[in-house]
Design a protein around this ligand. Structure first.
Ligand code: PMP
Length: 449
């Protein structure tokens, strides 16, 4: 049906709905970390439907839970009670530290961040919200103002009263600071925290203060940050940056929001939530994607105090909020993460893969940086390691497509689409990580000939 589907797409979809690859993949089914096309060819999925299929495609436990619920009751709306979402709410809040104990259910990452913006404004009674350049927090009219990466640079629709500030990007930022990064790659490069990198952090903090003083009105409503930027190509901040930034925002009356849409649910390995790896405690946490393994669902968790101020200023309502299907699926996802040891596997297999990829840097001048945490890894491609100029799009596309032809699906990210993103279902094994590195290695070797 391949050509027919392409034709339907051409006739009925906006040309803006782009796909990966010159010859887009037509997928038929998936099982755990593997995807299969209509010809039965299999692919190791290193991108999980954009960092979403957290526990594996059609994970048996999750599928059974969904099937049982599909036969019973799909939808009630929040004006009726059903046990599924209550049981889930209890399980979810148990995974968050005090005082993050009040949960709201929504249906996408953008919706969750929309709600978080309203919370920040109602609680602080201020309007200005800031986020990093290169961040992705959503594509709704309001969150678009917080999003500024690649094609998503605000153009005609900009969320009002949203300001961006310089991203303390340890690889591309003006002051570097890569030694500061809390990453295993340090081990391989044998570098320790040099004096220069602490200076870099203080330069970034100065910039941040500058934004607070000059761009934002006197007081601030909130500050959004991804613990590691996903769409921007797995961008990490210097150690200690977020802690200082949170403090500065709070001093000016703002609340701090951790966008855990990509980093939550054990993906980073060492911690269940990305904010924990920065040693900070946010006032609001937003989550989506991996929460329900691909079923549309998202959530916002906040403090009783912030929830109270939201209640005073608006009546939150969402028809699909926490429907029974979403409740049982999300619950089964949490059980699978625990029972299959997926957070531990993210740590172990993620570190294993990161080190193997980092070693390739010695062989290939076009690998500029290998970074990340757990199973959220970025491989930034450059023209050469000295100039750090991004590898041209044409070459990126070729490498990407050749990996796909050899059965390996990678993601892409970064301002110039120059970073390969690796965020597989968290059940990937070391043998499969070996396969991924072998394919990548052979494609790069051919590319350099
Ligand atoms: N936050 C982050 C960190 C994201 O990566 C995304 C999606 N890429 C969103 C929010 C928005 O999620 P959605 O596409 O479900 O609206």
């Amino acid at each position: 049906p391949y050509n027919q589907i392409l034709e339907i797409r051409k006739q009925n979809f906006s040309p803006q709905m782009s796909t990966y690859f010159q010859k887009p993949l037509l997928l038929h089914q998936g099982y755990m970390q593997w995807l299969f096309d209509y010809e039965g060819k299999r692919y190791l999925d290193l991108f999980s439907g954009i960092v979403t299929v957290s526990v594996g495609h059609c994970h048996p436990r999750v599928t059974t839970a969904a099937q049982n619920q599909f036969g019973r009751l799909w939808h009630t709306s929040p004006v009726f009670l059903h046990p599924a979402i209550h049981e889930y709410a209890e399980k979810l809040t148990a995974l968050l530290p005090e005082p993050l104990k009040v949960v709201y259910f929504t249906n996408s990452g953008s919706e969750a961040n929309d709600l978080a913006m309203m919370m920040a404004r109602s609680h602080s009674q201020n309007v200005d919200i800031i986020s990093f350049r290169g961040a992705y927090h959503g594509a709704s009219p309001s969150t678009l103002g917080l999003t500024s990466v690649g094609a998503f640079k605000p153009r005609t629709t900009t969320g009002s009263n949203c300001q961006t500030t310089m991203c303390p990007d340890v690889f591309r930022g003006p002051w570097g600071g890569s030694q500061c990064r809390d990453s295993l790659v340090q081990t391989i490069r044998k570098c320790s925290c040099a004096p220069g990198c602490c200076e870099a952090n203080s330069q970034y903090i100065e910039q941040f203060k500058n934004t607070l003083h000059t761009v934002v009105a006197k007081e601030i409503a909130g500050f959004f940050a991804e613990p590691i930027q996903g769409v921007n190509g797995v961008v990490q901040y210097p150690k200690g940056f977020l802690k200082e930034a949170f403090q500065l925002v709070r001093e000016r009356g703002g609340v701090c929001i951790a966008d855990e849409v990509q980093t939550g649910f054990g993906r980073l390995g060492t911690h269940f939530w990305g904010f924990q790896s920065h040693g900070v405690l946010p006032d609001i946490v937003t989550m989506a994607k991996g929460i329900a393994n691909g079923f549309p669902m998202s959530a916002v968790v906040t403090t009783p105090e912030i929830a109270k101020s939201l209640t005073k200023s608006m009546n939150f309502f969402n028809t699909f909020s926490g429907n029974p299907i979403a409740g049982v699926i999300a619950s089964a996802v949490l059980d699978a993460i625990k029972e299959d040891g997926l957070q531990e596997n993210s740590q172990e297999t993620g570190s294993y893969l990161l080190l193997k990829l980092a070693k390739l840097q010695n062989e290939f001048e076009i690998i500029g940086d290998v970074r990340g945490k757990g199973l959220m890894i970025g491989v930034e491609m450059v023209q050469d390691q000295e100039s750090r100029q991004p590898l041209p799009l044409k070459e990126m596309n070729l490498i990407h497509e050749e990996c796909k032809d050899m059965g390996l699906l990678l993601g892409r990210g970064g301002l110039f689409s120059q970073t390969f993103r690796i965020a597989p279902p968290m059940c990937i094994t070391k043998e499969e990580a070996d396969f991924a590195v072998e394919v990548f290695h052979s494609v790069l070797r051919r590319h350099m000939e």
